[in-house]
Design a protein around this ligand. Structure first.
Ligand SMILES: NC(=O)C1=CN([C@@H]2O[C@H](COP(=O)(O)OP(=O)(O)OC[C@H]3O[C@@H](n4cnc5c(N)ncnc54)[C@H](O)[C@@H]3O)[C@@H](O)[C@H]2O)C=CC1
Ligand SMILES: O=C([O-])C1=[NH+]CCC1
Length: 321
């Protein structure tokens, strides 16, 4: 019987091993595999904790092609900011997919941030047809920050605009990012003319209006507050020119049930969109990627990190000649 102990990887270590160059293709593969039914992933279990303004989510997945098996447990506590803690904190259990034996206990707060932004990059790549000059980000928290980095890295936007409810946080983020990011004090001005928009807040009421959107704009809607669809006004969903995509249809039927019951049609999964050529999408359509977040993204990201860790160890023990 193997007595090997599971490895523990802290967020600091995980962060040092995460790279967009390896993560984005891994997340793209996971989204494609899910839509090809090559992934086992039940809708996640969500335990709301209303008295704490929080929730706990249990998210298992198995990717056949990657032989990656694991489960993330993640919490979302909206009041953590005032306590100096991240709002979203996760832990990933990564198992041997042949035996089920636990191999790694990985802190999953960094992975959650990075893989969510990577999924938005993938969605933007496959759903947005036009040029990518102006990016508008609403929300300057963990997700706002990581989306700015991922999107700027991948698409090299000419202009990155950031708005936050508390203006000083948007300013501070732009100061950290450098001259390529500009803070906006008015969210309408931030969104108008933007080619791509990211909403990453806990706002319980709409922060984007249809009349602000230019034809062909693409929105990555990330926020998961009381519901998964607070951030966009109803008119955006009701408009005939809007096409809504999700990461996982089965999960959307549960988590976006209110929208679906109100007649909003989910066009499909981003993984399905990958097989459509852009010619099949009207360039004047507004596209929305409703990002729920998927366990398979976490599990393949954990595999990427674990492989990078093993490679680093091997390189350190390789004799130099
Ligand atoms: N789709 C996915 O896979 C994931 C979604 N999320 C969601 O993304 C959102 C942002 O998460 P983090 O950046 O980690 O949180 P954070 O706490 O770091 O940032 C939250 C942001 O929301 C803003 N905010 C809070 N209440 C607001 C209101 N009433 N109106 C306008 N802005 C408001 C804050 O100013 C802050 O900028 C959350 O809703 C979270 O649940 C987070 C991780 C994964
Ligand atoms: O997928 C995820 O990890 C989350 N989605 C919403 C909050 C955390």
């Amino acid at each position: 019987m193997s007595s090997e102990q599971p490895l523990f990887m802290s967020d600091e270590t995980v962060k040092s091993l995460l790279k967009w160059e390896t993560l984005i293709p891994a997340v793209e593969g996971a989204m494609r595999d899910l839509s090809k039914k090559d992934v086992l992933q039940p809708p996640r279990l969500i335990l709301p904790i209303p008295s704490k303004n929080g929730a706990l989510l249990a998210m298992p997945a198995f990717s056949k092609s990657e032989s990656a098996l694991g489960c993330k447990v993640v919490t979302s506590f909206q009041n953590n900011q005032e306590k100096g803690l991240p709002s979203i904190m996760g832990t990933i259990l990564f198992m041997d997919s042949e035996t089920g034996k636990l191999k790694v206990i990985m802190e999953g707060t960094e992975i959650t941030a990075w893989r969510t932004a990577a999924a938005s990059v993938v969605a933007t790549k496959h759903l947005h047809v036009g040029e990518k000059k102006i990016l508008a980000i609403l929300g300057a928290g963990t997700q706002g920050r990581i989306h700015a980095l991922a999107m700027h890295h991948y698409f090299q936007f000419q202009e990155v605009r950031i708005w936050n409810r508390t203006e000083s946080r948007a300013k501070a983020l732009c100061n950290e990012l450098g001259s390529w990011a500009t803070h906006y004090s008015n969210k309408e001005r931030c969104v108008r003319d933007a080619d791509v928009i990211v909403t990453a807040t806990y706002s319980p009421t709409p922060i984007v209006r249809l009349s602000w959107l230019k034809p062909g704009a693409h929105i990555n809607a990330i926020g998961f507050g009381v519901k998964h669809h607070n951030e966009l006004e109803d008119e955006i969903y009701k408009s005939e020119s809007t096409v809504v995509w999700v990461d996982h249809m089965e999960a959307a039927q549960k988590e976006l049930a209110e929208l679906i019951n109100n007649g909003v049609r989910m066009r499909g999964e981003v993984g399905q969109a990958m097989t459509l050529s852009h010619a099949q999408t009207q360039s004047s359509n507004i596209t929305v990627f409703h990002s729920l977040g998927m366990a398979v993204e976490d599990v393949v990201a954990a595999k990427v990190v674990f492989e990078a860790h093993k490679e680093k160890l091997q390189a350190a023990t390789r004799p130099s000649n």
